[in-house]
Design a protein. Structure first.
Length: 169
C-alpha cells in the first residue's frame, strides 16, 4: 500500500492541468525550460491516472522502461509496470487533489526530461492524506512520440503507509 499511495502522490501531481487546477511553483525562480510537448505528455498521463486506466499508462512507457517508485523495488519492463498500476488502481486510495510544478522540462533531440515537485491529497476511505515530493522522468522519442524510459519519485516526508508485499507485483 505504501508504494501505491506514494505512486498516487507522484503521478497525480505529475499532470495538474487535466484537473484545471492552478500550478503552484515551489521554486523561487521561473522554470529553466518547459517544452510544451513534454507537458502535453504529462497531461495525458494524468488523465489516464485519474481514469484508473493502467493499460493507457503502461502504453506511455517504453518496452524496456524502468519505474522506480518510492518504498518499492525497481520495476523493469512495460508488463511489470502495467501490473503495478493495475494493483495500484485496485487499492482503496483515490486521488482527490494535487498541484504539480515543472521545474525543468526540456526536449533535447530524441530525449527529454522532466524534473519537478508535487503536492497531493489522497482519499483513503477513512480520511485524507496530504503529501509532497519530487520526481524525475526521462523520456525517449519512439516513432515520433515521447515514451517514458525512466521514472523515479519520492516524498518529502517518511512514508506513513506499510509497504506492499513484494509478491503482489
Amino acid at each position: 500500500m505504501n508504494s501505491i499511495v506514494t505512486t498516487f502522490f507522484f503521478l497525480s501531481a505529475f499532470f495538474p492541468s487535466a484537473l484545471r487546477m492552478e500550478v503552484v511553483s515551489t521554486a523561487a525562480v521561473a522554470p529553466a525550460q518547459v517544452d510544451p510537448s513534454v507537458v502535453e505528455g504529462a497531461d495525458q498521463y494524468l488523465k489516464s491516472v485519474l481514469a484508473g486506466d493502467a493499460s493507457a499508462i503502461a502504453a506511455m512507457f517504453r518496452e524496456d522502461a524502468v519505474l522506480m517508485p518510492a518504498d518499492c523495488p525497481l520495476l523493469r519492463g512495460r508488463t511489470a509496470i502495467d501490473q503495478y498500476y493495475r494493483h495500484w488502481f485496485q487499492s482503496p486510495a483515490k486521488i482527490t487533489a494535487f498541484t504539480f510544478s515543472h521545474l525543468e522540462s526540456p526536449a533535447l533531440g530524441d530525449m527529454a526530461f522532466d524534473v519537478g515537485t508535487y503536492k497531493q491529497t489522497l482519499s483513503l476511505g477513512n480520511g485524507t492524506v496530504n503529501a509532497s515530493g519530487k520526481y524525475t522522468v526521462i523520456l525517449k522519442r519512439s516513432a515520433g512520440d515521447w515514451r517514458i524510459a525512466y521514472l523515479i519519485f519520492n516524498g518529502d516526508s517518511p512514508s506513513k503507509m506499510p509497504p506492499i508485499a513484494s509478491g503482489s507485483r
